[in-house]
Design a protein around this ligand. Structure first.
Ligand SMILES: Cc1cc2nc3c(=O)[nH]c(=O)nc-3n(C[C@H](O)[C@H](O)[C@H](O)COP(=O)(O)OP(=O)(O)OC[C@H]3O[C@@H](n4cnc5c(N)ncnc54)[C@H](O)[C@@H]3O)c2cc1C
Length: 245
């Protein structure tokens, strides 16, 4: 039996799902796993996922209240798994909330029988060629037991490997002179949900950046009732996206 391991994926997606062009922007590992298993039902395929939920950019730990996509209903879905108004509650012309994308991707994985193949909290640390055309992966798995965190490591060898680790998962933290002595918390937008308690006590917020994450964070303060004075600083150029509200 052929073995395939998916750590997620991107460019091959358009080759596998040409009809999805312009729609299936991302969700790469899940889409690849679903398509591959449809074409090769007997394949021994697993998806290695470092986080503890599906979604990547739209994983549970990344979604804070009010977070929405800049994609409207119908523009961010798989053509064979419609984001129906009845099930997901987003109306035509509306931007899809982050919570809905996460739910959609969870349902997608379960509907297409990918869920049982996912090894959550399993990070790929190293990939090497075995010399016989196979791949050797070093993995770390994270366990929580009675609030105690432990890890174990192991190696696996696979016939085929697809990388789908995304292109926006690693924070691009700017080097700000004086940041370490500034005296106020400074963190990347990726950690926004984890910082929500701290944000309740803030009386002034400065958002550094002018694109999707910056505007979403502005939304958070405006729509969650805690409207503070804040500024969006643009490193170069203008904001690339603004939403009507
Ligand atoms: C803040 C933000 C907002 C965005 N908003 C929109 C939007 O509104 N509309 C839109 O069309 N696009 C948006 N995008 C673009 C978005 O990146 C893509 O639409 C899509 O979600 C990317 O999917 P992906 O599977 O390629 O990558 P990702 O979603 O990044 O998934 C990569 C996966 O690989 C896992 N991974 C990474 N490294 C390892 C490892 N070593 N071992 C195991 N697993 C690993 C990660 O945990 C993650 O689950 C946004 C991106 C960002 C960052």
């Amino acid at each position: 039996m052929e073995q395939v391991r998916v750590a997620s994926f991107s460019p091959l997606l358009l080759l596998l799902a040409p009809n999805a062009y312009g729609r299936l922007i991302g969700w790469s590992g899940l889409s690849l796993a679903k398509t591959y298993t449809q074409v090769h039902p007997d394949v021994d395929l697993i998806v290695l996922e470092a986080a503890d939920s599906v979604g990547g950019v739209w994983a549970a730990h990344r979604i804070y209240p009010g977070l929405r996509t800049n994609s409207i209903l119908g523009s961010y879905e798989s053509p064979d798994f419609p984001m129906s108004v009845e099930k997901f509650g987003v109306k035509p012309g509306e931007h899809i909330p982050g919570t809905v994308v996460h739910q959609y991707m969870t349902d997608f994985a379960k509907t297409f029988d990918i869920w049982r193949r996912i090894r959550f909290r399993t990070k790929v640390d190293e990939i090497k060629q075995a010399g016989d055309g196979k791949w050797v992966l070093k993995l770390t798995t994270f366990h929580s037991n009675n609030e105690k965190e432990t890890t174990d490591t192991k190696s696996i060898t696979v016939d085929k490997l697809v990388i789908a680790t995304g292109v926006t998962g690693n924070p691009n933290m700017p080097d700000i002179p004086g940041a370490d002595t500034f005296g106020a918390p400074l963190f990347h937008a990726k950690e926004f949900l984890q910082q929500k308690e701290l944000l309740k006590t803030a009386n002034k917020v400065i958002v550094y950046g002018g694109s999707k994450s910056a505007v979403s964070i502005q939304d958070f303060f405006v729509f969650q009732g805690g409207l503070f004075p804040f500024s969006i600083l643009f490193k170069d150029g203008e904001a690339t996206w603004l939403r009507e509200s």
